[in-house]
Design a protein around this ligand. Structure first.
Ligand code: IMP
Ligand code: MG
Length: 183
């Protein structure tokens, strides 16, 4: 058993089926993505990194610390589920970023893209605010979604399994794990 699977069983009393991305793998990929992002923008671009809560909080925190470009950070909370567990296909903004998007180079940071519903509904809302550019940066992409706009940066093409850790939750649990595992 690795240190990480041991940590998981100790903290949760459950067995993780496998570690999909170790903390070292995630670390290396995040540094590379940050470099690509840094190179994609000119010095006069005003970057606004917009984190989609809650899932992106750890990824965003690691990512922005490696980006070699001045930037600002804000968050938004979207819910596509209303009161039910089944998707209604509608996105509500439960928290709207305070920052103005107008004329800014906006990077929307998402933890994982599954069905793509959240992004497909959210992007037109953000586009309507007149950003100079709007790109998606996703840590994980299950490659099953039909997206109106593909993310410009993707960390890993993820397996079609339920993943937890590094921000990803199962019923609000496991977000704090420093690696990503499959339940
Ligand atoms: P989508 O709208 O179906 O693309 O859903 C995206 C959201 O669903 C993500 O931001 C996650 O919060 C959640 N999600 C999708 N797949 C997983 C998973 O494997 N583990 C944990 N959360 C997931
Ligand atoms: Mg979630």
């Amino acid at each position: 058993m690795s240190r990480d699977t041991e940590l998981f069983s100790k903290q949760t009393g459950r067995q993780l089926s496998r570690i999909v991305y170790s903390r070292e793998e995630i670390r290396r990929r995040v540094v590379d993505m940050a470099l690509e992002i840094s190179e994609a923008y000119d010095s006069e671009d005003e970057i606004l990194v917009l984190g989609l809560l809650k899932g992106s909080f750890i990824f965003l925190a690691d990512l922005v610390r490696e980006i070699q470009h001045p930037l600002q950070v804000d968050f938004l909370v979207a819910s596509s589920y209303g009161n039910s567990t089944r998707t209604s296909g509608e996105v509500r903004l439960l928290y709207d970023p305070e920052a103005s998007l107008s004329g800014r180079s906006v990077i929307l940071v998402e933890d994982i893209i599954d069905s793509g519903t959240t992004l497909n509904r959210l992007m037109p809302l953000l586009e309507a605010r007149g950003p100079r550019s709007l790109e998606i940066c996703a840590l994980l992409h299950k490659r099953v979604a039909v997206l109106d706009r593909e993310p410009r940066w993707v960390g890993f093409d993820a397996p079609q399994e339920f993943l937890v850790g590094y921000g990803l939750d199962y019923s609000e649990n496991f977000r704090h794990l420093p690696f990503i595992g499959s339940l």
